[in-house]
Design a protein around this ligand. Structure first.
Ligand SMILES: Nc1nc2c(c(=O)[nH]1)N[C@H]1C(S)=C(S)[C@@H](COP(=O)(O)O)O[C@H]1N2
Ligand SMILES: [Mo]
Length: 263
């Protein structure tokens, strides 16, 4: 962790985090590994490194950290600078072809009718009007080339274009002090993110891939693209966006994947 990173978690400081981690780890690890682990002393830098571990690794420390995933969410939120930018890349570095991934195979991707499609907005928001694709395509668009990282062991660079999500949230009068933004998708996938990530400058309501209308396999008619989050946090085929304070979980998160899912 770099010294200049922003600290945004209110009401907690480094000492509290280290103390909480020591308590949790002491309770999770068996006596001998606990002695070894704690003998070396647990520093904040060590915590940052450990919480960044691949959740599919099978070390005992990692297992302990997966089972204290709720704590991990708080550490990640604390380490996540509200405006720290993910790297962006040159056109020449785009991965071709860009991989497809979902909990089913490519030919089973949902077919959404562009004319009858309406994006729904619900929860703690002033304007609950629905949005047609024509309306969304008329809004000012930006694009970015970023790396998508999937926990299944691959990463790829792609170019997504669309509406900065913070602008969309402000436009519909979303309660920006709410905790979560949740997404329901046309294929029964669902996920949710923290408000800080929703407002991050690189979080896009993506309508295009590589300059073309988002193809079916990559999430037509829209996906949320966040270069600060792992692949499974980036919902494709969004049909409903909800602003809420009630923890919404997610398709993979409810099966044990870490909820914050930072990358
Ligand atoms: N609706 C929906 N969104 C989804 C998924 C899914 O199965 N359904 N899979 C997630 C996972 S695990 C990954 S890695 C990415 C894959 O996106 P891609 O097909 O554009 O590579 O989509 C994410 N969003
Ligand atoms: Mo993934």
């Amino acid at each position: 962790m770099k010294k200049d990173s922003k600290i945004i978690m209110p009401g907690a400081d480094a000492d509290d985090i280290v103390k909480e981690a020591q308590g949790l780890i002491a309770r999770q690890l068996d006596a001998s590994s606990r002695r070894n682990f704690l003998r070396q002393g647990l520093t904040l830098g060590g915590m940052a490194m450990l919480t960044g571990c691949d959740i599919s690794d099978n070390t005992s420390v990692d297992k302990a950290l997966v089972s204290i995933s709720g704590f991990n969410d708080r550490v990640q939120a604390w380490l996540f600078g509200a405006n720290r930018l993910a790297p962006e890349y040159a056109e020449s570095m785009i991965t071709r072809p860009f991989p497809f991934n979902a909990f089913y195979s490519e030919e089973d991707a949902p077919e959404v009718d562009p004319l009858s499609y309406r994006l729904q907005v619900a929860g703690k928001v002033l304007d609950k009007s629905t949005w047609s694709l024509a309306q969304l395509y008329q809004m000012a668009q930006v694009s970015q080339i970023t790396r998508h990282i999937c926990v299944e062991g691959w990463s790829a660079i792609g170019k997504w274009g669309g509406i900065p999500f913070s602008q969309f949230l402000k436009l519909v009068g979303a309660d920006l002090s709410a905790k979560y933004v949740s997404f329901k998708c046309a294929d029964d996938y669902y996920t949710s993110i923290d408000m800080a990530t929703a407002l991050h400058p690189q979080t896009l309501l993506a309508l295009t891939y590589d300059g073309q209308i988002l193809p079916r396999k990559y999430g037509f008619p829209m996906k949320l693209r966040m270069p600060t989050k792992l692949g499974y946090k980036n919902p494709k085929h969004i049909k409903l966006i909800e602003i809420t304070n009630a923890y919404p979980g997610g398709y993979w998160e409810d099966q044990g994947y870490n909820w914050f899912g930072g990358s």
